[in-house]
Write a protein that binds this ligand. Structure first.
Ligand code: ADP
Ligand code: MG
Length: 358
């Protein structure tokens, strides 16, 4: 069903936003640290018009689900909470939003760690900005999107996903300092491309594990007497902490240092080594990997043409990311998947994407 079929009239405007994959800097954004995401070709498109009654009307083509919401105090659940959240944060910022008809369509896989949620928020905010001609820049859009996700979808996320969806493109890496919002656009290392493979394992413990890691990081920062772990630059400073805080903090500090090394300019080989080191740190110190991801990453790291590989996203399942020789991603993926699936799993190539249009 298209917009016309759902709402009985054509849309007035539309906007899109991409998903993202994080190349390096995992679990650093809620520690005020550094990240290196890039946009993926898959994106979410939001079409908008004014609602024909007093309620907001939301439709997701992916879920084939329609929800009506009276703009009152109650917070909806499911996919509508992200869209409703975007409308609410705009109203809190002082804008009056009339009841809207919102149509969502996306090629970003949901729940694989490629940030379909941020793509939905950023596309929604961009479409409303366009419809009402709101004076918002892309950083403000990202910040509003993050507020919507925290307060209305109930996810205590950092700012990386929304900044990546709002500011990154598929040709570059976005370096972001999540404390100062300072950013730099870096080229992908010469002669490389990005390969993302889904492990096929759902991120079942992701939200409880994520909240626990956040709390551990806050406690570690408190014990070290700093505002956030980003303020620790010398990794040996964490050695005095009790376990498991010592290893949690060591991951964050070394991960920040790996991102900063990339910023100095590194070869594809060195970039790959840093990704491999990131995976080991996420597996051993941060303990957010699972056997399937370890198996997948191990196969990737041993495959010719792969500079480096690691789990990407919060962990506990979800996807892997690898930096591979340009032009070889598909062939490498087929080779890796044959071995991975032979080990009893069901992996899937996500990037390079085969069908991003709709
Ligand atoms: P990720 O952001 O890694 O894909 P999340 O759990 O943060 O995973 O967000 C996924 C949720 O976002 C979905 O369960 C759904 O509620 C919402 N969502 C994202 N894209 C869409 C879409 N196209 N249609 C409906 N809901 C969507
Ligand atoms: Mg998300």
């Amino acid at each position: 069903m298209d917009f016309q079929q759902v709402f009985g009239k054509p849309p007035e405007t539309q906007a899109s936003a991409p998903g993202r994959v994080n190349l390096l800097g995992e679990h650093t954004d809620y520690n005020d640290g550094f990240v290196l995401p890039t946009a993926i070709p898959q994106h979410t498109t939001v079409q908008l018009g004014l609602s024909s009654d007093r309620q907001h009307q939301f439709y997701s083509q992916n879920l084939d689900e329609r929800v009506s919401i009276l703009d009152g105090n109650h917070t909806p659940s499911g996919f509508s909470s992200y869209i409703f959240g975007c409308i609410q944060v705009l109203e809190q910022a002082g804008y009056t939003i009339q009841p809207l008809a919102v149509y969502v369509q996306s090629s970003v896989p949901m729940g694989s760690g490629l940030s379909s949620s941020a793509a939905l928020e950023v596309a929604t905010l961009r479409a409303i900005r366009q419809l009402l001609n709101l004076p918002l820049d892309d950083v403000e859009i990202a910040q509003l999107a993050q507020q919507a996700e925290i307060h209305y979808a109930g996810v205590q996320c950092g700012i990386m996903d929304q900044m990546a969806s709002s500011l990154a493109d598929t040709e570059h890496i976005l370096f972001l300092d999540t404390r100062t919002m300072e950013r730099r656009v870096l080229p992908l290392p010469t002669g490389t491309e990005v390969l993302v493979i889904d492990s096929g394992v759902p991120r079942t413990l992701a939200s409880s594990g994520y909240n626990q890691r956040r709390a551990e990081c806050e406690e570690a920062a408190h014990l070290l007497g700093v505002k956030a772990l980003r303020d620790i630059t010398d990794a040996s400073a964490v050695e005095e902490l009790p376990e498991p805080l010592r290893r949690r903090a060591r991951h964050v500090v070394t991960e920040d240092n790996r991102v900063l090394e990339v910023l100095q300019g590194v070869t594809p080989e060195r970039f790959g080594e840093l990704m491999n080191a990131s995976h080991a740190s996420l597996r051993d110190d941060y303990e957010v990997s699972v056997p399937a991801l370890d198996t997948l990453v191990d196969i990737l790291q041993k495959t010719a043409g792969v500079f480096g590989a690691r789990l990407t996203g919060a962990g506990f399942g979800g996807a892997s990311v690898a930096l591979v020789a340009e032009g070889e991603a598909k062939a490498i993926a087929n080779q890796v998947l044959e071995q991975y699936n032979h080990a009893g799993y069901t992996g899937q190539i996500l990037v390079p994407a085969s069908n991003v249009e709709f």
